[in-house]
Design a binder for this molecule. Structure first.
Ligand code: IMP
Length: 424
């Protein structure tokens, strides 16, 4: 039995989907605990690939049950699309998918608000995915949210949509100069989706407590990354949930005392989508090279990702706030063929040189990365079946990371396929 949290240790897109898919072959339960359809976890199989947005990546292992926890915000129509595409791959979801009755619902008005608010922010736009995530969490925190359990009672749903729209339509008219939204149309759209979703809605907190009592193996799957956390990330350029380890507990109902391992996932380099500071960003040929070799385009939005060298100052911070005690390095193969590779060990901020990630965003914006340059490796890491077969300079690179971060690398991913993985 064990409870393991798997977290993105950077700005998301670290390749969590593949790793959760691998680890979940030994897991009885795989649980998503925050975020929504803003996430996109790409799984590559030998012949095909699939992108999951809400359903945990464990769904392709028949032995694991998958839970969408209370901390997730669920777009019912996106979920129906996903359920249908998973079923089309021959996977039966009965008794395998469980949705928390207290997870909040993303309604069409949240998506509209997300888009009109971004438009209004102009140059200060966050660069959201436009999936309604922020506004849905605003509804949750302001206690006007609609939860999955409310979808099972048509009268409650109609009442809540109508009353919420009174405020929202006033702001549509007077603030955003947009057309009002229609309560009946929204309710009917949601009710249609509910027909597919209803059988999966349940008390997942009780389910997970029973699983812990029966010594089951649980895997909690974070979406986005630690640096996009609403509390610990580069606020306001963050998502509106808590991808960090603390969020795994509040977003699932699993107590912190039950957690054994926190696995942090980092790319061998660094990417970010959306706006906000990114000290090691490479706005040059090296950055373009990383983007091209790493196919760095958003799984949900298709946007090109910003690319740069690995930032150990930010990574060390993620390790501290999450209690990461094991590390996975992904996309190692993307660094194959570089003459030299750089790692950011310090930030130079004016006269100050520091290894402590500043919480003052204006300091991060001013930070100049201080690099240690390591030798690159010409041969491919993709064909390596174990750690010993890696090119010497690739091993040196990983050793440098481990020494700096004080955490051992347990898994190394050298390509998108399940088979291109070294378990150390
Ligand atoms: P939101 O989560 O759509 O509100 O977007 C807020 C910020 O988080 C934006 O910078 C997005 O690009 C970023 N973001 C949201 N989801 C992901 C993800 O799955 N990977 C990487 N960045 C994400």
């Amino acid at each position: 039995m064990s409870v393991r949290i798997v977290i993105g240790a950077q700005w998301g897109d670290e390749g969590k989907g593949k790793i959760v898919d691998l680890l979940s072959k030994d897991a009885d339960y795989v649980i998503r605990y925050q975020g929504g359809a803003n996430a996109g976890h790409t799984l590559k199989f030998d012949e095909t690939s699939v992108v999951l947005h809400l359903v945990p990546s464990g769904i392709f292992h028949n032995n694991s049950k998958c839970v969408i926890g209370n901390g997730v915000v669920i777009d019912p129509t996106a979920l129906v699309d996903e359920i249908e595409s998973i079923e089309a791959m021959g996977v039966n979801l009965e008794e395998r998918l469980f949705i928390s009755e207290t997870a909040h619902v993303i309604l069409p008005y949240h998506k509209v608000l997300d888009q009109v608010k971004e438009k209004r922010r102009g140059k200060d736009a966050i660069g959201t995915t436009g999936r309604g995530i922020g506004p849905a969490y605003v509804s949750k925190v302001s206690r006007t949210g609609i939860r999955m359990i409310d979808l099972l009672d048509e009268e409650t749903l109609r009442y809540k949509v109508e009353s919420n729209l009174e405020d929202i339509n006033a702001s549509m008219k007077y603030i955003y100069q947009e057309e009002p939204l229609d309560a009946d149309q929204i309710t009917n759209e949601i009710l249609e989706a509910v027909q597919t979703i209803a059988p999966y809605i349940t008390n997942t907190s009780a389910l997970l407590h029973e699983a812990i009592d029966s010594n089951k193996t649980l895997l909690l799957e974070g979406a986005q990354g630690s640096m996009l956390d609403i509390d610990h990330g580069t606020y306001p350029y963050v998502t509106s949930s808590s991808p960090t380890a603390g969020g795994a507990c509040s977003g699932s109902g699993i107590p912190p005392t039950a957690v054994d391992h926190v696995m942090g996932i980092t790319k061998a380099y660094c990417t970010r989508v959306g706006n906000g500071p990114f000290p090691t960003e490479l706005d040059n040929n090296e950055g373009n090279n990383l983007r091209k070799k790493g196919s760095e385009f958003g799984a949900t939005t298709g946007r090109p990702r910003r690319c740069g060298w690995i930032d150990l100052v930010a990574l060390k911070y993620a390790i501290r706030i999450n209690g990461i005690n094991e590390l996975t390095v992904t996309k190692m193969d993307v660094l194959d063929g570089f003459d030299e590779v750089k790692v950011c060990t310090d930030y130079q901020i004016g006269d100050e040189k520091t290894r402590i990630y500043p919480l003052d965003l204006s300091k991060v914006e001013k930070a100049e990365p201080v690099y240690k340059t390591l030798k690159g490796w010409a041969t491919s890491t993709r064909e390596c079946g174990n750690f010993e077969e890696l090119p010497e300079n690739a091993t040196e690179y990983l050793n440098f990371l481990e020494d700096y971060l004080g955490v051992k690398v347990k898994i190394l991913s050298t390509g998108p396929k399940r088979s291109e993985t070294i378990m150390i």
